[in-house]
Design a binder for this molecule. Structure first.
Ligand code: IPM
Ligand code: MG
Length: 352
């Protein structure tokens, strides 16, 4: 088969890690007889420098015309300490989510035996943890209007808004994921304080009889933040609103010690986007030291969820496991001999 894949390398280490995933995808294409046609497009600070826009219309067009999007990272330190910057790279990410209708972000959190010693948690707590955070991605306080400042500049406000429809579609996805896994759905909210959270709870309670084999529990977000650390093994699928999901998915990603290995998928109305969860790591940019495995595993999610190529995705995960067990990894995850970003990519492609 022939597939069109958009590449949005973005900023910092984005280009070099996306390169490695492309090597792996080409090798998969050879092995399984597929043709992947790659089209690169600009986003983030790199796009601002070129066009003034962190998610230019040409980039949207390339994404819309592709079967899946592989995304690197965006963010550049030159914008971080300038609260007055007119455009910021992160706006590109938000624009992409909105324009592609990516209402769900899916982040699997699982442990890798060889990296558990890197976890900030005790081994007995984190071993075997295996859950998925399903984060709503195009609603809530990230996009609600009105937002801004009063005329005298001394008051600022944001608005958190959810419609029943927005809640239903993301919660449905949560139920479906739980159905494919251990059949447990944890809905994280702040229903003791927020009206939006009460709408979430009401909606879940209405939908729950339609999924009789899924056990649902509700958890306040502050409690969830605690329980992720105290007892990560108890979660199966967690579904939550945009802002809570932003915070909890970062928390969840570090407890396993394998931040450099965790992929994510954003799915919705149009083309799905696959990206590593770590950021643009500007200090490492261009040095050929960044860990490409999260991006390679994002390519595996792209194959599975984006293109429905399940054995192909499995082959990618297997070769990543092989690189871990044989120690062909970058310096961040080994005390022994380490390999360059590009060497890891070459090794993975050659082993496929
Ligand atoms: C993420 C990031 C983004 C978010 C930022 C960069 C806008 O933290 O993808 O989780 O807050 O959604
Ligand atoms: Mg975040």
């Amino acid at each position: 088969m022939e597939y069109k894949i958009a590449l949005l390398p973005g900023d910092g280490i984005g280009p070099e890690i996306v390169d490695q995933a492309v090597k792996v995808l080409r090798a998969i294409g050879k092995k399984f007889n597929h043709t992947f046609e790659f089209t690169e497009a600009a986003t983030g600070a790199a796009a601002i420098d070129r066009t003034g826009d962190p998610f230019p219309p040409e980039t949207l067009k390339v994404c819309m015309e592709s079967d899946a999007v592989l995304f690197g990272a965006i963010g550049d330190p030159k914008y971080d300490n300038d609260p007055k910057a007119r455009v910021r790279p992160e706006q590109g990410l938000l624009a992409m989510r909105k324009q592609l209708g990516l209402y769900a972000n899916i982040r699997p959190v699982n442990t890798f035996e060889s990296l558990i010693h890197k976890s900030p948690l005790r081994r007995d707590l984190v071993q075997g943890a295996d859950f998925v955070v399903v984060r709503e991605l195009t609603g809530g306080i990230y996009f609600g209007e009105p937002r801004g400042r009063s005329e005298d500049q001394n008051t600022a406000y944001d608005t958190s808004i959810y419609t029943r429809k927005e809640v239903e579609r993301i919660v449905k996805l949560g139920f479906e994921y739980a159905g494919k896994r251990r059949k447990k759905l944890t809905v994280v909210d702040k229903a003791n304080v927020l009206a939006t959270s009460r709408l979430w709870r009401e909606t879940v309670q209405e939908m729950s009889p339609g999924f009789p084999d899924i056990e649902v529990d509700f958890m306040f977000v502050d409690n969830a933040a605690m329980q992720i650390i105290q007892w990560p093994g108890k979660f199966d699928v967690m579904v939550t609103e945009n802002m809570f999901g932003d915070i909890l998915s970062d928390e969840a990603s570090v407890i396993t010690g394998s931040l450099g290995l965790l992929p994510s998928a954003s799915v919705g109305l149009h083309t799905s986007v696959f990206e590593p969860i770590h950021g643009s790591y500007p200090q490492a940019a261009g040095r050929d030291i960044a860990n490409p495995l999260a991006t390679v595993l994002s390519a595996a999610m792209l194959l599975e969820i984006g293109l429905n190529l399940v054995p192909e995705a499995e082959a990618v995960r297997e070769v990543v496991n092989l690189s871990l067990s044989e120690g062909v990894v970058t310096e961040d995850i080994t005390e022994g001999k380490s390999y360059k970003t590009s060497e890891v990519g070459d090794w993975l492609a050659a082993r496929l």
